[in-house]
Design a protein around this ligand. Structure first.
Ligand SMILES: *[C@@H]1O[C@H](CO)[C@@H](O)[C@H](O)[C@H]1NC(C)=O
Ligand SMILES: *[C@@H]1O[C@H](CO)[C@@H](O)[C@H](O)[C@H]1NC(C)=O
Length: 190
């Protein structure tokens, strides 16, 4: 049996060949006991070995306890993130910063409000980039330093924290890998 530390080290080496990016500011959803229970230890180990790594690497090593959908917020659960909920109102402009560790494999990206019960996008994407990363978009670079405006069309769909997330999504078409970061929020009246 390999030790946990050895496993994590091996996984870091494996994931070293991929693109890497993660929203860094404000801090997105993270792991915790609810995710381990929902996604199984192997998936969580791979995701945590590289928080900016692709979801595919983690799902490839899923064990029998894998019962979450890692393609929704990397399987990060609201229950582990109840102390990290943004309070927003329609019309608010929120600034985000992506830590782009490696972007050798371009693709496209978008930011959408996603209903966590159905994993469906609510309304239109808030932002989308046909070409991401885009080194020529700045300075200041609009791909890694972007804002989104909270739409006024959310109605009651996202009234409770955990019902919806603001999900950043990058699909690196070149090597077919998916990167995501999620933010929980509650809607207050503007
Ligand atoms: C936006 O992201 C979603 C994942 O949330 C993805 O399935 C979809 O293809 C993307 N849409 C566009 C227009 O890029
Ligand atoms: C939001 O981003 C857009 C596009 O990059 C920019 O033109 C605009 O000034 C930004 N708005 C705010 C309030 O920062």
């Amino acid at each position: 049996m390999k030790s946990l530390a050895t496993k994590v080290a091996l996984l870091s080496v494996i994931s070293g060949v991929c693109g890497h990016a993660v929203v860094e500011d404000p801090p997105p959803r993270k792991t915790g006991p609810a995710q381990e229970a929902a996604c199984g230890q192997n998936v969580v180990l791979v995701l945590e070995a590289d928080i900016a790594g692709p979801i595919e690497n983690a799902v490839a090593g899923a064990d029998a306890d894998y019962k979450c959908n890692a393609y929704l917020c990397r399987g990060y659960q609201f229950e582990d993130n109840t102390d990290n909920v943004l309070s927003v109102a329609a019309g608010d402009v929120l600034d985000f910063h992506v830590n782009l560790v490696a972007g050798h494999h371009p693709g496209y990206a978008n930011v959408s409000i996603v209903n966590t019960a159905t994993n469906e996008v609510v309304g239109e994407p808030l932002r989308s980039w046909d070409n991401w990363p885009d080194h020529l978009s700045g300075p200041p670079r609009d791909d890694i330093d972007y804002n989104v405006t909270i739409p006024d069309s959310l109605g009651s769909t996202c009234s409770k924290a955990g019902d919806c997330v603001i999900q950043w999504y990058w699909y690196a078409s070149g090597n077919e890998q998916t990167y995501e970061s999620c933010h929980d929020f509650t809607l207050s009246s503007s």
